[in-house]
Design a protein around this ligand. Structure first.
Ligand SMILES: *Cc1c(COP(=O)(O)O)cnc(C)c1O
Length: 459
């Protein structure tokens, strides 16, 4: 192309107003929600970067599909379209629709998990970890060393550490490992991609031990696009071909269509194994619904099928990845510490480096999240000691490797000027960082505590 500006590859047909509030009002809303931004009202948020999950703007074709959805209880036309699109994409035999990704995880680990079982992953996403642990099994993360260092620039920081994985299998016994997962892109590890070579080698390694490989495929298209841009031998392949190759190494996948399905609700479990699939359908019928709709309505299936086609459009992916990178570049230029290079769906602030005077047990990430909201009406999310912290037997907090703040960018929702504004607010918070103070937790749930925990500022 002759011109260097990458534009949003769509025009706007319907708009949704957003509401401005004052810093004083926002300070009040923060107090009322116990300094947990999950407890804010969305209408009090100006730019919502809490998540890229279920927050996509649907296309006119998807909205047309909503009207066209077939709501038959059994054998719906929309199911068959959905099944065909997922089968063509993943090459997998069985497609089981669920209301979202975690429902697919719940079914999978109800069958394969249980006490004494061990599930390795590059990095478990929070609901994946929760579902593994809820089944009684143990969830273990094997990110690579570079994946744990926010300021090390590398192409595929989402990779799983194969040497560690092999040692683990040898030590703990293949019979205790029902499956291994690879999360693409690696959400909790900074939205970083996994290389084709890593997926292929993982498959080879696991095959030696007879352990199935599952992809947590939520952001398969973004991962495929990074492979096209960064991995030797893939430049001339289409993103669709790359995605298909990724899935070809897997025995199954769980998917939250709320990410690269470009819809507001939905997911699926796809599998090759007939026996596993029939067990999964039995649970599906009890917990979700009949196998041709699972947890979804016909219109949802139609919108997901359309979204899975649109997400592979390379103009879309070019714009998508560039808009995240653009925010990352602006922050780096201003000296703000972020996980580098930026991931596919989000920019992650490195909270340890951002506010080094706040120790992990005073939650530096949570502090930054509150301040982004108070100063600029931006809602981000902490991915650190609040989300993943555990207590040891003496009640001391055990922190995860990184303290991050995620600025997740919803798909096709915000324009470049919104992103410019976000960059300005982050820089303002960064400039005042020395004055920031930590938080303490005054109430928390035993599982997924970040959703409901209540905080108090430390003064
Ligand atoms: C969102 C997500 C999930 C869970 O999907 P839900 O649709 O939110 O239930 C699982 N894994 C990863 C990597 C995710 O990003």
């Amino acid at each position: 192309m002759k011109f260097k500006t990458i534009i949003e590859p769509f025009k706007i047909k319907s708009i949704e107003p957003i509401r401005s509030t004052t810093p004083e009002e926002r300070a009040q809303y923060l107090r009322e929600s116990h300094y947990n931004v999950f407890l804010l009202r969305a209408e009090d948020v100006l730019i919502d970067l809490l998540t890229d999950s279920g927050t996509s703007a649907m296309s006119s074709h998807q909205w047309a599909g909503i009207m066209d959805g077939d709501e038959a209880y059994a054998g719906s036309k929309s199911f068959f379209r959905f099944q065909r699109v997922v089968q063509e994409l993943t090459g997998m035999k069985h497609v089981i629709p669920t209301h979202q990704g975690r429902a697919a995880e719940k079914i999978l680990f109800t069958i394969t998990g249980g006490s004494g079982k061990l599930v390795p992953n590059n990095t478990h996403f929070d609901t994946t970890r929760a579902n593994v642990e809820y089944s009684g099994a143990q969830a273990i993360d094997f990110p690579t060393a570079e994946g744990r260092q926010p300021d090390v620039i590398a192409d595929f920081k989402g990779n799983i550490d194969l040497a560690q994985l092999e040692r683990f299998i040898e030590e703990r016994g293949k019979e205790n490992i029902p499956l291994c997962m690879i999360t693409v892109t690696n959400n909790s590890g900074g939205g970083q991609p996994v290389s084709m070579r890593n997926i292929r080698s993982a498959k080879e390694l696991l095959s030696k031990y007879g352990i199935p490989l599952f992809l947590d495929a939520c952001r398969f298209a973004e991962n495929a696009f990074f492979i096209k841009k960064r991995e030797q031998g893939y430049h001339d392949k289409t993103v669709r071909e790359i995605a298909r190759e990724m899935f070809s190494y897997a025995d199954g996948c769980t998917m939250s269509a709320k990410k690269d399905g470009l819809v507001n609700m939905g997911g699926f479990l796809a599998l090759n194994d007939d026996h596993l699939a029939s067990q999964a359908r039995n649970i599906l019928i009890v917990t979700e619904g009949f196998p041709t709709y699972g947890g979804l309505s016909g219109r949802d299936l139609e919108a997901i099928a359309q979204g899975l086609e649109e997400v592979l459009d390379e103009n879309y992916l070019t714009y998508r990845i560039r808009s995240v990178e653009y925010l990352g570049e602006k922050l780096v230029a201003a000296g703000v510490p972020i996980v580098r290079p930026p991931g596919g769906h989000a920019v992650y602030l490195d909270a340890r480096a951002f506010a080094p005077h706040i120790p992990p047990h005073e939650y530096p990430g949570q502090t930054i999240v509150c301040e982004l909201y108070r100063q600029g009406g931006i809602r981000a999310v902490e991915i650190g000691s609040v989300m993943f912290g555990k207590y040891d037997s003496t009640g001391n907090l055990v922190s995860p490797a990184m303290e991050l703040v995620r600025l997740a960018i919803p798909r096709r929702v915000y324009t470049q000027s919104h992103i410019d504004y976000v960059s300005e607010v982050v820089q303002a918070v960064f400039e005042g960082r020395k004055r920031l103070k930590g938080y303490k937790i005054i109430e928390e749930a035993p599982i997924l505590r970040h959703f409901t925990a209540k905080f108090e500022p430390i003064i």
